[in-house]
Ligand binder design. Structure first.
Ligand code: NDP
Length: 280
């Protein structure tokens, strides 16, 4: 039997409706949430992402400001811009669109954002709080993936969860969120000796790699929940890391690409921004 689709587009609408309602409540008190997005250079994919975030803000009732800096911007100029936004009471969330041009130090830029305004959850203080099991801002993509996972209604405690990919923005925080739900978590990466041996044990499988078709049906346990975070452009089409046509025959639940983790990530950015404004 084909897997049940986890409809990220529909779930993103639910999350955005909640964010919209709470943004309106803040606006009524004269505290409309504000998000600033800093884009350095002219990477076409980044420009699309930034435009989509601006549209989502408009739809949610969040005031948005895009700061577009030239590709040759110096580190000091970028950090001055971040300092200005840190001090601006109308801005509750600051986001530096990654990747930055190679001459810039992304870690330094992210660390320059005040942790309370770090709506991406990438600041070392917020990442550390997540590691320590404390309440904190959750990175948008893993937060969205957890929302989709929880929508299955499956009890998570004691489940085998396998995350493929160990980046700071997706794989590692995803593994920590699953651990928080008492899953037994395995984190795989490019040096993992036998990837399929791990993925076949997974009740919950998260692919966050950036390789089309990496996860095939023979690597998936029948009935598993498969969350595909990957975004890859192949012959003009956007596909994930999971061989969707094959895996949907084996899995119990699966997220599509597009229409899965992508829309959920933007919805969670809206919610993180509203929550930052509520706390301010
Ligand atoms: P990174 O490139 O930072 O990390 C990729 C990870 O995959 C690394 O940990 C790498 O291992 C691992 N890896 C690479 N090749 C293999 C392999 N053959 N087998 C197992 N693991 C492998 O990517 P991100 O985490 O930033 O993004 C991952 C994917 O998710 C991308 O496609 C990206 O576009 C997408 N993405 C989607 C978002 C959304 O909104 N849906 C948001 C963010 C990202 P190692 O550490 O050893 O190098």
């Amino acid at each position: 039997m084909a897997a049940t689709l986890l409809d990220g587009k529909a779930m993103a609408q639910e999350v955005r409706a909640l964010a919209r309602e709470r943004a309106a409540a803040l606006a009524e008190k004269g505290r409309q949430p504000g998000l600033a997005v800093i884009l350095v250079g002219n990477d076409p994919a980044s420009e699309i992402y930034v435009r989509n975030k601006g549209r989502a803000c408009e739809d949610t009732g969040i005031r948005s400001e895009t700061i577009h800096l030239p590709a040759d911007t110096a580190q000091e100029t970028l950090e001055e811009e971040i300092a200005r936004l840190n001090a601006d009471p109308a801005i509750h969330g600051i986001l530096v669109q990654l990747p930055l041009p190679a001459h810039l130090d992304a870690d330094r830029a992210l660390a320059a954002i005040r942790p309370e305004k770090d709506v991406d959850g990438f600041h070392p203080v917020n990442a550390g709080r997540l590691l320590a099991g404390q309440d904190t801002v959750l990175p948008c993509t893993p937060r969205g993936a957890m929302y989709m996972l929880k929508s299955t209604g499956l009890p998570l405690s004691g489940k085998e969860a396998v995350v493929v990919g160990r980046s700071n923005i997706v794989g590692k925080p995803m593994a920590l969120l699953l651990l928080r739900e008492n899953c037994t978590v395995t984190l795989c990466h490019s040096r993992t000796a036998d990837l399929a041996a791990h993925t076949r044990r997974a009740d919950i499988l998260v692919a966050a790699v950036g390789r089309p078709g990496l996860i095939t049906a023979d690597m998936v346990k029948p009935g598993a929940v498969v969350i595909d975070v990957g975004i890859n452009r192949v012959e003009g089409k956007v596909v994930g890391d999971v061989d969707f046509a094959g895996v949907r025959e084996t899995a119990g639940w699966i997220t599509p690409v597009p229409g899965g983790c992508g829309p959920m990530t933007i919805a969670m950015l809206m919610l993180n921004t509203v929550e930052a404004a509520e706390r301010a």
